[in-house]
Ligand binder design. Structure first.
Ligand SMILES: C[S@@+](CC[C@H](N)C(=O)[O-])C[C@H]1O[C@@H](n2cnc3c(N)ncnc32)[C@H](O)[C@@H]1O
Length: 246
């Protein structure tokens, strides 16, 4: 499936019948050979949006997986970057991938890994910058306020929470029906099978982001990620959301 080194269809099915946490434990060794790992252009868009707003001493990547966002944060943070995830398998994979990375080499920030649930973040005003890539679909709309409140609490005053937000697929297009079908299949699966595997593509859009981030205490700016181009109506195909803690 996906690439030569990627998971087989059977492996993906077994993973999808597990909990989110255990499903990612199983997927971890092959995760980097799937399209679920955030591709470089999304990471680059965030890096180029935040670089002029620095300097940043410390960074947090929420739901870090195997470390794609941690690698991006290391390009803009000076002292320490923390990757947080609740899957021990993903964290083990990330640790392995960063094993050769010096922890305290003049200039490069330290990297640390924390196992915790993003719905109950264990930090109090210790980060200047927080990011999250490709994980909002794992939270039910009722769970997101706790995630955003936790990120807000984890940031120092003036800290920034930044993430890419692709435009919704055009109604009727192939990606629109693919995501619609995936979400419908997930709803059926979660109605008949335990534990649930929460992953929905169509539950977090721009109006939700603006409202929920404001409720958590952020002031929000949007920046077009121009490298993704624009739709026929002129709207950006991808936005970078920059949410600042007052
Ligand atoms: C699609 S992967 C994205 C990984 C990485 N951010 C990337 O872009 O390559 C989603 C990640 O979110 C993590 N995750 C999902 N729900 C979580 C939660 N409640 N707390 C912590 N991590 C969570 C999973 O374990 C998985 O590593």
């Amino acid at each position: 499936m996906f690439f030569d080194r990627g998971p087989s269809l059977t492996e993906l099915a077994v993973q999808a019948l597990s909990s989110v946490e255990h499903g990612y434990d199983l997927l971890a060794p092959k995760f980097d050979a799937t399209p679920f790992r955030t591709p470089g252009p999304f990471l680059d868009a965030v890096v180029s949006a935040v670089r002029p707003l620095g300097p940043f001493r410390t960074g947090l990547d929420v739901c870090c997986g195997t470390g794609a966002g941690v690698r991006a944060l290391r390009r803009v943070c000076e002292e320490r970057v923390t990757g947080l995830d609740f899957s021990p398998g993903m964290l083990a994979q990330a640790r392995r991938a960063f094993a050769g990375v010096p922890s305290d080499s003049g200039g490069a920030p330290d990297v640390e890994w924390v196992r915790a649930d993003a719905r109950a973040l264990p930090f109090d005003e210790v980060f200047d910058l927080a990011t999250s890539f490709g994980a909002f679909g794992h939270f039910l709309p009722t769970e997101r306020p706790a995630v955003f409140a936790g990120v807000h609490a984890a940031l120092r005053p003036g800290g920034l929470f930044v993430f890419p937000l692709p435009a919704p697929a055009r109604v009727g297009s192939l990606p629109y029906w693919a995501m619609w079908g995936f979400d419908a299949a997930m709803r059926v699966r979660n109605a008949v099978w335990r534990p649930p595997f929460v992953m929905y593509y169509r539950t977090f859009g721009l109006p939700d982001a603006l409202r929920e981030l404001a409720d958590a205490g952020f002031s929000v700016r949007l920046r077009a990620a121009e490298s993704f181009g624009r739709r026929a109506d002129g709207a950006p195909r991808c936005l970078t959301v920059l949410a600042r803690k007052a």
